[in-house]
Design a protein around this ligand. Structure first.
Ligand SMILES: [Zn+2]
Ligand SMILES: [Zn+2]
Length: 610
């Protein structure tokens, strides 16, 4: 049977590299996992010290400069220390995309560059030879070649992403570092609401690579350290109907023999529970081949959202906290670049502040000066204000009341006691979630051909021409919009061959609405950008020109490549009736005809009347 995907572990130790006689069999390198998709895409999760061996192995097989992606779960040392030692990054001509969780005020690039400062490392990030692109991630989905990746925040004292890889009927999840939201070894199967959500992320996976640093007995003294006990990993994976589980992030104090015994005991427990789930302790350099599982239902992935985080606008956090020490602790945890805090110590001022702000996040102590926190949340939800209905409300409390909370519209719980680091990671992940309601368009599969076709037309950076300008003029008049343009989508920018109503000749591709049309290859009509998660926080919506309505029609080359768009933009919400859509599609085909006839005719010749 042909393998659908291949996983190879290069580092399985947690916290600290631990070479030595007691770790010969499982290995001493810190986290690094290589995933190869059925289509040959190379994705690396984390760059602990195992990345050194992986880099050498890749170079030994490479026939030329390499292309690949590195996904960083978080930037604790044991997940990034191998990054400066990953040799393929030094090969000129190599193309690497690095993804990792952006934090408020610090990008993944800045964090990785910081560990390569002069005091720590002889070479700077900019001196690596390959082309390296950095992408800040938030929760959401992204596609890398034939892999659909879902990123999801884990429970760890630093903003940390777990990654799920769905490819050709098989799925792998990397959930490291993570600790239970709540866990009672005596009642393993009684999972809390948030742990059930975590199980949903692992649902039906063929292989889950999970943090399993502690035994249940050890965990009681390690709560808050951000790592999972084995009983929890087993329970959560059983609840998720996972087929195979690789325990990883082995404690630096754990010997090979102890790991053997741990795996045996979990297997004996599974046998007693009549579970056929397979578990093993991951070992450095171990390979797992995955075959497409017939008919295993994938979890509901929901609509594709972009996991790529844009530059963020300012966010406000409203805190309804009456207890002084708690208010101080939460203010400390919330403090970050671009975050404003508004504090209320009673119910009335909390409601007033929330209505006037509008906040990115509301934290409510339960009870707040004698008022039930859930009741306050319910009041906010029934305001009828659309902005407040969508705002996450987190209840800060000593215990979770999941069912009542759901009924009151509570988004999440911050359970006391907590450390500042935990609260910071938790609050930041909520702000990041709400601050990023916009999506960068995916790159079309025929990108190389598409770009070659576009460049061969010879139209980029040429002067304006009446044959195009008259069409944008017509489009703006017929649609009754202030802005209309013909956009050609180049590698990193969209360039306007003709434009009415905006003063610029190009913008970055990242924020371009037209880049979505290029990927979709069909007309895209957005009646109100503020109601669309792909565009609500796009910089062209929140800033100039304040796009509220967009209609874009694709322009194709003769070989089928989608090169650009004819589009119309308004600063108020609009609807386009079906006959209008047909009319603009016809106008777009006129533009298309002009495009395909190549660059401007020599001056001096009259423009043929058509
Ligand atoms: Zn770690
Ligand atoms: Zn960590």
């Amino acid at each position: 049977m042909k393998s659908a995907a291949r996983v190879q572990f290069w580092g399985t130790r947690g916290s600290l590299a631990k070479p030595g006689r007691a770790t010969v069999r499982y290995g001493g390198n810190t986290t690094c996992v290589q995933i190869t998709s059925p289509g040959g895409a190379l994705v690396i999760v984390d760059c602990g010290t195992g990345a050194h061996d992986l880099g050498q192995a890749l170079l030994a097989q490479a026939k030329g400069p390499m292309r690949g992606s590195i996904l960083i779960s978080h930037t604790h040392w044991d997940h990034i220390q191998g990054f400066p030692f990953f040799a393929p990054l030094f090969v000129p001509g190599g193309q690497w995309d690095i993804y990792g969780p952006g934090r408020l005020g610090q990008s993944i690039r800045e964090t990785l560059a910081a560990q390569m400062q002069y005091s720590y490392f002889p070479l700077a990030l900019d001196e690596m030879g390959a082309t390296i692109r950095f992408h800040d991630l938030v929760e959401g989905t992204l596609e890398i070649d034939d892999i659909r990746i879902t990123a999801r925040y884990l429970n760890h004292p630093l903003v940390t992403l777990g990654y799920r890889f769905d490819m050709a009927g098989t799925s792998v999840v990397h959930a490291c570092d993570h600790e239970p939201f709540s866990y009672d070894p005596a009642a393993q199967d009684a999972l809390s609401e948030r742990d059930r959500e975590h199980a949903g992320f692992l649902k039906n996976a063929d292989l889950v690579i999970h943090d399993a640093q502690y035994t249940d007995a050890e965990y009681s003294a390690k709560k808050g350290w951000g790592h999972s006990p084995l009983g929890y990993v087993s329970a959560i994976c059983r609840a998720a109907d996972v087929k195979r589980v690789a325990f990883t992030h082995h404690d630096p104090l754990r010997t090979d023999d102890q790991l053997d015994r741990i795996v045996e005991s979990v297997r004996a427990d599974l046998l007693a529970r009549k579970s056929d789930m397979h578990v093993f302790a991951a070992a450095d350099q171990q390979i797992v081949e995955l075959h497409a599982s017939a008919g295993a239902p994938l979890p509901d992935a929901g609509a594709a959202t972009s996991a790529t985080a844009p530059a963020m606008k300012e966010s406000t956090v409203v805190m309804g906290i009456s207890e002084t020490m708690l208010a101080v602790a939460l203010a400390e945890a919330t403090r970050a670049e671009g975050v404003r805090m508004s504090h209320a110590s009673d119910a009335d001022s909390l409601l007033k502040l929330s209505r006037s702000t509008p906040p990115a996040l509301v934290l409510i102590e339960d009870p707040l000066s004698g008022t039930d926190g859930l009741g306050l949340c319910k009041t906010l939800r029934t305001e009828g204000d659309a902005a407040l209905n969508g705002t996450p409300v987190i209840i800060v409390s000593g215990r979770e009341r999941a069912d009542e909370g759901r009924a009151a519209g509570v988004t999440g719980w911050l359970i006391r006691p907590f450390t500042t680091q935990y609260a910071r990671a938790y609050i930041q992940s909520w702000i990041l979630r709400t601050a990023c309601r916009w999506a960068r368009a995916a790159t079309p599969p025929d990108e190389t051909t598409r770009l070659a076709t576009l460049h061969a037309l010879g139209l980029l950076d040429t002067p304006t021409e009446e044959r195009f300008d008259r069409i944008t003029r017509l489009a703006a008049a017929l649609a009754d919009v202030p802005i209309a343009y013909i956009s050609l989508v180049d590698e990193n920018r969209q360039w306007f061959k003709s434009c009415r109503g905006i003063a610029t000749s190009e913008t970055s591709r990242d924020a371009a609405f037209c880049a979505h049309v290029i990927f979709l290859r069909e007309p895209l009509i957005i009646p109100d950008t503020l109601l669309d998660d792909r565009f609500a926080h796009n910089p062209f919506v929140t800033g100039e020109p304040g796009i509220r309505f967009y209609a874009g029609f694709p322009l194709f080359a003769e070989n089928g490549s989608c090169l650009g768009t004819l589009c119309m933009v308004d600063t108020r919400p609009r609807q386009f009736a079906e006959p209008m859509i047909q009319m603009f599609a016809d106008l777009a085909s006129l533009v298309q005809k002009e495009l395909n006839s190549g660059p401007a005719r020599p001056t001096g010749l009259p423009t043929p009347a058509e």
